[in-house]
Design a protein around this ligand. Structure first.
Ligand SMILES: NC(=O)C1=CN([C@@H]2O[C@H](COP(=O)(O)OP(=O)(O)OC[C@H]3O[C@@H](n4cnc5c(N)ncnc54)[C@H](OP(=O)(O)O)[C@@H]3O)[C@@H](O)[C@H]2O)C=CC1
Ligand SMILES: CC(=O)C(=O)O
Ligand SMILES: [Mg+2]
Length: 758
């Protein structure tokens, strides 16, 4: 299931919008003159004075306690080698992104233009006041050892070279679990370690701490095996020199149990893997290209436990499983260092977590029905939210037990809750939808394939196995776009309803349309002509089963765009009016807004129907709807048409569905403010958790609300999702981004799957 990441895509991802991957966002209000006087002069003088009197107050009044410096000089950037400080910046920004999304830690990336050890150390030392921790990254051996050692001595905040210890912690856990699966003992297994740099040395040391024997290891650098008769070894590499008569990789691999690659891509042949002992363990961890590819290795040996540093194969052994949580735990107890006890605790916590039942969310994200501890699952997956709540507390506890915690945690339950809240900000809904779609991709026809964004989205859904696209449009327009943008849509069909080849199909569709509409004033000639319009043709493909869903291009207005689908496919039985829903991805989780799209001023009865359709749609995302009917009044507090209409709709809904969480009429802010609700309206059904679904009194309010959230609050929106139609038809909005289109396609596929099962 390797994904193709094209050079153009990677470059465009980094260049689009605001260049790079990070930005700085103020965390306090700053809109009034008073705010500014507090944030800056004169108010700012007070925390300055407090910190001058007691340096620990820096943790109270500044971002220091949650701010980590990711620092590199670019001398060993992934497996790309010494590409320099500036060229390392994308990797360092990437680490910053991972720190943030997985552990809610803020990062400044710092690229230092020096290969001089003392200059590097001095620079980091004078930066100490700014940060709560220092993550050294991609600095080559042997300088990295001295740099880290000196900084650990001189700084009172935790310092960790991630390529050394992050990798050691994570691969140590993978090793323990792999050995358990093949029933071998760490004390007796024979290792081949390719690379004798930052990562390799530290990993080997960690394995020794876990019980491995140095005399069972053969390590290689670029000059060959580290042997006791070599004169070019240093204090760090010499302990790993072998006294065995090993001259080549072939000598070392023969009969070995474990291969650890932390060097460069493509250095290991399938023959070498074949020469290893039964149930061999292969960790080819060089990035981005492993020492041997996953495919080659498992083809060479079916009995292998195979891991790489990459996310696109099973068993990703990558320090991303370590550094966010190690620093989280260390920062949360204000540890003065990251010591051996903390590293071992992290290794054991990771190893243990892999044996626990995998949450559905993680299975869904990887499109696996049920991942269980075994040869293809030796470590937790990076998206597993339990990593934070398991590894960070283990590290924090080890810091306390080993006496380096300056602020011990007292209440572990409260700490875990606080951690869980931190990742509550991450929104799994797109992942759930994408994973569900991939489990059973459907044929999706794109009515507007002459548009580049649509083509790119089609490319993505095809590459990722979300859908099988069918493109509608003129071949002479689409093909040049594909070529000019270096897309590769392979055998994806391109259909032009106006071309000679489609005449027979257009005839058939025309006849069908005439049958459906002959008593609505349509004649056969008109019917045939309409079928040459792509939105009509696409809808007819879905109706006749030639496709499973339609992603239609926006014509003039939404009602115009959905008309062909309504005429051709029609509404679900029992549905009188269709409606449209938007999903807003907020930091509190997804919010569902309805009806944002179709009904201008629905009656109370229609509001009831809209709510029913919306509730069913929300449930399709495995989410329990908690519905608020919003307006300007609370539970009868104000008069007026909308207030009374919503009031009546709530009464009907509560009567019809006593188990549904639906309440109102209510003001939007109150639907989320459970404290205020409890105080003033303790009887409300929303009092426990607040709402996640808002039903609006009219199109104007709904449309304004979601557009404001999208533009002013900068939230991602998915929609409009057409509710109540017999088969999935989605209309793209002008200005939809490629990502929004991909999300829409995934939702359409999920809906098509649901309809198929009914
Ligand atoms: N999966 C993961 O989580 C991680 C993966 N890595 C990967 O590990 C690799 C090394 O990183 P790092 O330790 O930081 O870098 P270093 O530069 O410190 O180490 C690289 C090592 O590889 C050796 N090497 C290079 N080419 C060969 C060769 N042809 N044959 C044998 N040995 C060779 C070097 O030998 P010499 O000493 O003679 O120069 C050196 O010992 C990178 O590919 C990196 O992406 C690193 C950290 C984490
Ligand atoms: C993962 C990582 O840190 C590296 O490859 O360098
Ligand atoms: Mg690295």
């Amino acid at each position: 299931m390797q994904q193709t990441i094209r050079r153009e895509d990677a470059l465009e991802y980094h260049a689009k919008g605001r260049p790079g991957k990070i930005e700085v966002i103020p965390s306090k209000e700053y809109s009034t003159q008073r705010d500014l006087s507090l944030a800056y002069s004169p108010g700012v003088a007070e925390p300055c004075l407090a910190i001058a009197a007691d340096p620990d107050d820096a943790f109270k009044y500044t971002a220091k306690g949650n701010l980590v410096a990711v620092i590199s000089n670019g001398t060993a950037v992934l497996g790309l080698g010494d590409i320099g400080a500036l060229a390392s910046k994308p990797v360092m920004e990437g680490k910053g992104l991972l720190f943030k999304i997985y552990a809610d830690i803020d990062v400044f990336d710092i690229e230092l233009n020096t290969t001089n050890i003392d200059e590097f150390v001095r620079t980091v030392k004078i930066l100490e006041p700014t940060f709560g921790g220092v993550n050294l990254e991609d600095i080559k051996a042997p300088e990295c050892f001295e740099i880290e050692q000196k900084l650990k001595q001189e700084l009172t905040i935790p310092v960790m070279h991630d390529d050394q210890h992050g990798t050691a912690i994570v691969s140590g856990a993978a090793l323990l679990n792999a050995l358990e699966l093949v029933r071998k003992r760490i004390e007796t297994v024979q290792f081949v370690i390719l690379g004798a740099g930052a990562a390799a040395i530290s990993c080997a040391n960690q394995y020794v701490a876990l019980g491995a024997r140095r005399e069972n290891m053969v390590m290689f650098d670029i000059h060959g095996p580290l042997r006791t008769d070599r004169t070019d070894l240093n204090d760090i590499t010499r302990p790993f020199a072998t006294s065995r008569n090993i001259e080549s990789m072939a000598d070392a691999f023969a009969g070995a149990d474990v291969f650890v690659g932390l060097s460069k891509g493509n250095l290991v042949s399938p023959d070498l893997i074949r020469s290893m002992a039964k149930d061999a363990i292969v960790f080819a961890m060089a990035n981005p290209v492993p020492e041997i590819t996953y495919q080659e290795a498992i083809e060479a040996r079916p009995d292998l436990i195979m891991a790489t540093g990459r996310s696109d194969y099973p068993n990703q052994v990558n320090n991303v499983l370590g550094f966010p949580y190690i620093f989280r735990g260390a920062l949360d107890v204000r540890a003065t260092e990251i010591n051996e006890a903390m590293k071992l605790a992290a290794t054991y916590a990771l190893a243990e977590l892999a044996k626990r039942t995998v949450p559905d969310l993680v299975n869904l994200a990887y499109n696996e029905p049920n991942m269980i501890f075994g040869r293809d699952y030796i470590l937790p997956k990076p998206v597993d939210p339990r990593l934070l709540t398991t590894v960070a507390p283990a590290v924090a506890k080890a810091a306390m037990d080993s006496g380096v915690a300056r602020q011990p945690i007292q209440d572990w339950d409260a700490y875990e809750q606080q951690l869980a809240r931190r990742i509550g900000q991450e929104n799994p809904i797109s992942r759930v939808i994408l994973a569900k779609a991939k489990a059973n991709p459907k044929r999706v026809v794109f009515a507007d394939a002459e548009n580049l964004k649509v083509l790119k989205a089609a490319q993505q859904v095809r590459d990722e196995g979300i859908a099988h696209p069918i493109l509608l449009g003129e071949v002479d327009k689409i093909q040049p776009l594909i070529r000019a943008n270096n897309l590769d849509l392979g055998a994806v069909p391109i259909i032009d309803p106006r071309s000679a080849e489609q005449e027979a199909l257009v005839d058939r569709f025309g006849e069908l349309y005439f049958e459906k509409r002959k008593r609505k004033g349509v004649n056969p000639t008109e019917a045939r002509k309409l079928m040459m319009i792509r939105n009509y043709f696409g809808a007819m493909m879905v109706e006749t089963g030639e496709a499973d869903a339609l992603i239609s291009g926006l014509t003039r207005t939404y009602p115009d765009a959905i008309r062909p689908a309504l005429q051709i496919i029609g509404k679900e039985p029992g549905v009188r009016k269709v409606a449209g829903m938007y999903i807003l991805l907020t930091k509190y989780g997804p919010l569902f807004f309805s009806d944002t799209t179709v009904n201008v001023n629905p009656s109370a009865a229609e509001i009831v129907e809209i709510t029913e359709l919306t509730a069913q749609a929300v449930e399709r995302f495995n989410i329990k709807p908690r519905i608020a009917l919003v307006t300007y009044s609370n539970f009868g507090s104000a008069k007026g048409e909308d207030a009374e209409k919503m009031h009546e709709a709530v009464e009907r809904l509560q009567q019809k569905y006593p188990d549904l969480t639906v309440d109102g009429e209510i003001q939007a802010h109150l639907a989320f403010n459970t404290e205020l609700l409890r105080h003033n309206h303790p009887f409300s059904k929303l009092v426990e958790e607040g709402a996640n679904t808002l039903i609006f009194p009219n199109l104007s309010a709904a449309n304004i609300a979601y557009n404001l959230m999208r533009e002013a609050a900068g939230l991602d929106a998915i929609g409009p999702i057409l509710l109540g139609i017999r088969k999935p038809v989605y209309v793209l909005q002008m200005g939809s981004s490629e990502r929004e289109i991909v999300n829409m396609v995934a939702i359409a596929v999920v809906e098509a799957q649901g309809k198929e099962n009914r």
